[in-house]
Design a protein around this ligand. Structure first.
Ligand SMILES: Nc1ncnc2c1ncn2[C@@H]1O[C@H](COP(=O)(O)OP(=O)(O)O)[C@@H](O)[C@H]1O
Ligand SMILES: [Mg+2]
Length: 400
C-alpha cells in the first residue's frame, strides 16, 4: 500500500515533492513510534500473562499431584530403610529418601509418597501436643466435700499419698516405708477420677495428670518417651503426685500374638515399670493410678515397689447414694415433697455418675414441664430414664 502511494507521488507535481516526502516520512515516523509503544505495551502484557501462566501451572500441579501419606517412624534401619506406622495402625517397611534419612528418628512424624510409601519429608514435631499430654493441674475445683461416701477410701488415699509427701521425716523417724504407688480400682463412675482431682486440690504437691488411653491413642510411637518425660517432670517438680488414669490402656496383659500396636504399648508399660522401680519412696514423688479393669492388669504392675497399695472404690451403698444425691442437688431448687433418702433407697446399683445423670435429667424434666422447683416425680421419672439407658447400653465391662 505504502509503495503504491510513493509511485503516485513521484509521478505528481515535482515542486512539492520534497515537502510531501518530508511530511510523509514524518507521518511514518509518528506511526512507527505509536507502533513501538503498542509493541512495548503488548510485550509487558505478554510478560505478565506468562508469569501468571507459570503460577497457575504450578498451582495446577500442586492441586493435581496425589497427597502424601502421614505416618510415624517406629524404627530407623540401615540402608535408608525404616519401619513406619500409618494412621490406620498399619506397619510398613519403607525406603527413605537419602536427604531425609539423617533427620528421621523413632517417633518422628513423616510424609510418605502414595505410590511407593517411601519417606520423602519429616514433619515438624507437634510440640503443643506433647505438652498437652500431661496436664499439670494447679488446682482443680474439686474438694473432698464434693465426694459423696467413700470416706474410708479418702482417708486411706490421704494417708498413703499425701502424708508421705507432706511429712517424709515422720516416716523416716518411725522407720516405715509408705507405698510408692496407689491403685484405685472399681466400676466406672464411682468417683476414682473425682477423688484424684480432690487430692490434687487439697494437697500442696504438684499434680500431674495423664490418661492412659490418650497416651496410647494420641502418641503412637512416643509412649515410652512420654513416660520417661513424665517422671522426669515429676522429679523436677517434687513434691509431686503423678496420676495415671485409665492405666489399663497401658498395663493390660496381652496373651495373644502381639501386633505392632501392642508391642508399642508393651514398650510403654516396660518404661513405666522401670520408672516405678527407679525412684525411692519418700523421694517426693507419689504415683496414683486408677482403673475400671483391674482384672486385665499385668500382675507385674502390682508387685511390691510398684502399685503396692490397692484400694477398691466400690459402688455406693444406700447411705453413700444419699450423700452423693445431696452433693449434686446442692445448688438445685427442690420441691417440698422431695425425699432424697427414699430416692437413695430406690437407686440400688447406681453409681455416682448415674446419680449425677439422674439429678441433671430431673432438672431438665422440671424445666420442660414448667415446674418452679424439681419435684419427687421428676426425680423418679429421671431415675427410670437413666436406668433404661444403662440397660440399653448393656454392661460395658465385667468387674471383679
Ligand atoms: N462418690 C461420688 N460423689 C459425687 N459424685 C460422684 C461420685 N462418683 C461419681 N460422681 C460423679 O460422676 C462423675 C464421674 O465420675 P468419675 O470420677 O469420672 O468416675 P470414675 O473415674 O470412677 O469412672 C463425677 O464427675 C461426679 O460428678
Ligand atoms: Mg475415671
Amino acid at each position: 500500500m505504502g509503495q503504491d502511494y510513493i509511485v503516485l507521488m513521484v509521478e505528481s507535481d515535482s515542486r512539492d515533492k520534497n515537502a510531501d516526502l518530508a511530511s510523509y516520512v514524518y507521518r511514518l515516523e509518528e506511526e512507527l513510534r505509536a507502533l513501538r509503544d503498542e509493541r512495548a505495551k503488548l510485550e509487558s502484557h505478554t510478560f505478565l500473562l506468562q508469569k501468571k501462566y507459570v503460577e497457575l501451572r504450578r498451582e495446577f500441579e500442586r492441586l493435581t499431584t496425589p497427597p502424601l501419606l502421614v505416618g510415624t517412624v517406629l524404627d530407623v534401619l540401615p540402608n535408608y530403610r525404616a519401619v513406619v506406622k500409618n494412621s490406620n495402625g498399619m506397619t510398613f517397611l519403607v525406603n527413605v529418601m537419602s536427604s531425609v534419612y539423617d533427620k528421621i528418628y523413632p517417633g518422628a512424624q513423616v510424609a510418605m509418597s502414595q505410590q511407593t510409601v517411601a519417606i520423602v519429608d519429616v514433619l515438624p514435631e507437634p510440640k503443643d501436643e506433647r505438652v498437652r499430654a500431661f496436664e499439670v493441674v494447679e488446682r482443680p475445683e474439686v474438694s473432698y466435700s464434693d465426694i459423696g461416701g467413700l470416706r474410708d477410701v479418702i482417708q486411706e488415699v490421704r494417708e498413703v499419698v499425701e502424708l508421705p509427701l507432706k511429712n517424709p521425716d515422720v516416716f523416716k523417724e518411725i522407720g516405715i516405708v509408705p507405698p510408692k504407688g496407689v491403685l484405685l480400682y472399681g466400676p466406672p463412675g464411682t468417683g476414682k477420677t473425682l477423688l484424684a482431682k480432690a487430692v490434687a486440690h487439697e494437697t500442696n504437691a504438684t499434680f500431674i495428670h495423664v490418661v492412659g488411653s490418650e497416651l496410647v491413642r494420641k502418641f503412637i510411637g512416643e509412649g515410652a518417651k512420654l513416660v520417661r518425660d513424665l517422671f522426669k517432670l515429676a522429679r523436677e517438680k517434687a513434691p509431686a503426685i503423678v496420676f495415671i488414669d485409665e492405666i489399663d490402656a497401658i498395663g493390660a496383659v496381652r496373651t495373644e500374638a502381639l501386633t505392632g500396636g501392642d508391642r508399642e504399648v508393651q514398650r510403654t508399660l516396660v518404661q513405666l515399670l522401670a520408672e516405678l522401680d527407679g525412684f525411692k519412696p519418700l523421694d517426693g514423688v507419689a504415683v496414683l493410678g486408677a482403673t475400671n479393669r483391674i482384672d486385665i492388669l499385668d500382675p507385674a504392675l502390682l508387685r511390691p515397689g510398684r502399685f503396692d497399695r490397692i484400694i477398691e472404690v466400690p459402688l455406693p451403698d444406700e447411705s453413700a447414694r444419699y450423700e452423693i444425691l445431696r452433693v449434686h442437688t446442692k445448688g438445685m431448687k427442690l420441691a417440698k415433697d422431695v425425699n432424697l433418702r427414699a430416692l437413695a433407697k430406690a437407686a440400688a446399683g447406681m453409681s455416682g455418675a448415674d446419680l449425677k445423670a439422674l439429678v441433671t435429667e430431673a432438672g431438665l424434666l422440671a424445666i420442660r414441664k414448667g415446674h418452679k422447683a424439681v419435684r419427687m416425680q421428676d426425680l423418679r421419672e429421671a431415675m427410670e430414664k437413666v436406668r433404661k439407658k444403662k440397660v440399653d447400653k448393656g454392661p460395658a465391662h465385667i468387674y471383679l
